[in-house]
Design a protein around this ligand. Structure first.
Ligand code: PGA
Length: 260
């Protein structure tokens, strides 16, 4: 079962997750972090910057992003390559050669998925994968109906996701229709999944992912198949969890020696 940790705020959650990542990096400087985009992981990245300022050296870390839009002009400010560079690569001093984002350029898009899988395999996979969850239940951009065995490939975004992401663009028409995303099968190969969710708008999808039936109709429920999952959320996102009192009880009685 996933470990569910309910904290008071996204900032507390960001500090909690960043402290864990920083401790791992201090132990193993070549740690590989799977980075997510969107609003959800931003408190983690902010707290990682504080860990960096406090002396943790992230320069040998490798990063793999979950997904990328298809067809945005190179250097577009909302491409996930740009977001990862701005939020992670530059402020944490990562070597840009060790930061991987699926290639969403139209030229060669047919092989973008295979090329990304090959890069992941050649590297030896991801140690800790940060995940948000969409209101459709998507992980990465694996919309409902995605196979649990899927690998990195081109997907079509749902209208719900395009509307949710329109806030980053000038208009809905500017939001790409296609993306390249790690598959659910790719995500499940990461050695530790850390799923974050904040706010009431995520409560339903989060509860369905953590406690609902395992189903391709709820891509987030794929986490129930993984052996090591930590769900870090705020009280609003926890509101629809049936067993939240138990999760709290388990936290209050957690053995000292257990990490996350
Ligand atoms: P958000 O998106 O963090 O911007 O809410 C999460 C997601 O779509 O996976």
């Amino acid at each position: 079962m996933a470990e569910v940790i309910v904290l008071d705020s996204p900032e507390d959650a960001g500090r909690f997750v960043a402290a864990h990542i920083a401790a791992q990096v201090r132990r193993e400087p070549t740690f590989t972090l799977g980075v997510a985009t969107g609003s959800t992981p931003l408190p983690v990245y902010e707290a990682l910057r504080a860990e960096s300022a406090a002396g943790t050296d992230f320069s040998r870390m490798t990063a793999f992003a979950l997904d990328e839009y298809v067809g945005l002009p190179a250097g577009h400010v909302e491409s996930y390559r740009s977001v990862v560079d701005r939020e992670v690569t530059e402020p944490l001093g990562l070597d840009a050669a060790r930061v991987h984002v699926p290639d969403g350029s139209l030229d060669g898009i047919e092989t973008a998925g295979e090329r990304y899988e090959a890069a992941l395999d050649a590297h030896g996979g991801v140690d800790l994968q940060l995940l948000g969850i969409g209101r459709t239940g998507h992980l990465g951009f694996n919309e409902p109906g995605s196979s649990f065995g899927s690998l990195t490939r081109v997907k079509t975004l749902t209208e719900r996701t395009r509307i949710d992401n329109a806030r980053f663009f000038d208009s809905l028409d500017d939001v790409p229709i296609h993306c390249v995303t790690q598959g659910l099968g790719t995500i499940l190969r990461a050695r530790h999944l850390v799923l974050l969710a904040f706010g009431a708008g995520k409560a339903e999808a989060l509860a369905a992912a953590v406690e609902g039936p395992v189903s391709a109709s709820m891509p987030g429920s794929a986490i129930q198949l993984h052996q090591r999952v930590t769900v870090v959320i705020d009280r609003e996102a926890a509101a629809s969890l049936e067993y939240r009192d138990y999760y709290r009880w388990a936290q209050d009685h957690k053995p000292q020696w257990q990490g996350i």
